[in-house]
Design a protein around this ligand. Structure first.
Ligand SMILES: C[S@@+](CC[C@H](N)C(=O)[O-])C[C@H]1O[C@@H](n2cnc3c(N)ncnc32)[C@H](O)[C@@H]1O
Length: 258
């Protein structure tokens, strides 16, 4: 056990690394991490005047704890990217742009221990924040965070997936095509339909098949004793996800390419 998550009575979470020494928990006080072991899980401890539940951090806890510089890809969309790009242990994934590193953390969680996420970010200040976030999430071993522009091409070749969350992904389609292995997957996440159309137009110029755009909607259900109904609050829109699969030569008249 390298890290724990401390959950306060309001459900707020802090991930703490078990260094064996003392660590400061916000403004609340100091925690002696040598006191924490497997037997602490699920129990309440005190730090200063505050009480916390001790749990093992989940992937969601890690994402929710990151410091945000840019808008992050939310878990519902990240989950769809993982499944549609068939991302699993051992995969090599190129990502552009890193932003706050939320999606990087999800991708790393699935490719490790043998795979790698190579993430490109044009802004050095964002790259540095993302690196801190990825490190705090315990995923740095599976990541290489680089300052660079994915549109200009990347060093990697024969990668399993190329994942884009940049404002102009259509400009990176050629770079992705050159970088992917045959059968490799591209994913693009954008907030508007105009961006989707431009991206799909570029994909259709090349031997990509299974080009598909989706939107995922998540609605929380409030379960009450007197009745169960959808929550009145709902995040109406995050982004559109476009997926495609590179091949060497497409069928001449392929429904898969539509
Ligand atoms: C919306 S943020 C990505 C958020 C990230 N997916 C997350 O979940 O935290 C978009 C990022 O892409 C970067 N960016 C824009 N164009 C880029 C390019 N051509 N290559 C690499 N990064 C780029 C921006 O600086 C910004 O940090």
């Amino acid at each position: 056990m390298k890290q724990i998550v401390l959950v306060d009575s309001k459900g707020r979470k802090r991930i703490v690394s078990l260094t064996g020494g003392t660590v400061r928990v916000g403004q609340l006080g100091v925690l002696d991490t040598s006191r924490i072991d497997e037997s602490s899980l699920g129990k309440v401890i005190s730090v200063g005047d505050a009480e916390f539940l001790v749990l093992e951090p989940s992937l969601l806890d890690r994402i929710e704890s990151i410091r945000r510089k840019a808008q992050i890809v939310l878990p519902k969309d990240a989950a769809s990217i993982v499944v549609n790009c068939d991302i699993r242990s051992g995969c090599t994934v190129v990502e552009g742009g890193t932003g706050s590193g939320a999606l990087t953390i999800v991708l790393a969680n699935f490719v490790r221990p043998d795979g790698k996420v190579i993430s490109y970010e044009t802004r050095e200040d964002f790259r540095r924040t993302a690196e801190e976030n990825v490190k705090r999430a315990g995923m740095l071993d599976a990541c290489s965070l680089r300052e660079g522009d994915v549109i200009n091409g990347v060093e990697e070749t024969n990668v399993d997936a190329f994942v884009l969350d940049i404002p102009n992904p259509w400009k990176a389609v050629e770079s992705a095509f050159r970088t992917l292995r045959p059968g490799g997957r591209l994913a693009s996440y954008v907030p508007t339909m105009n961006q989707v159309e431009k991206t799909v137009r570029e994909l259709r110029k090349r031997p990509f098949i299974e080009i598909r755009t989706i939107e995922t909607l998540e609605r929380e259900i409030v379960v009450g004793e007197m009745g169960t109904r959808p929550s009145f609050k709902m995040l109406g829109h995050t982004g559109y996800l476009t997926f495609a699969r590179k091949v060497e030569v497409p069928f001449r008249h392929s429904r898969a390419q539509q």
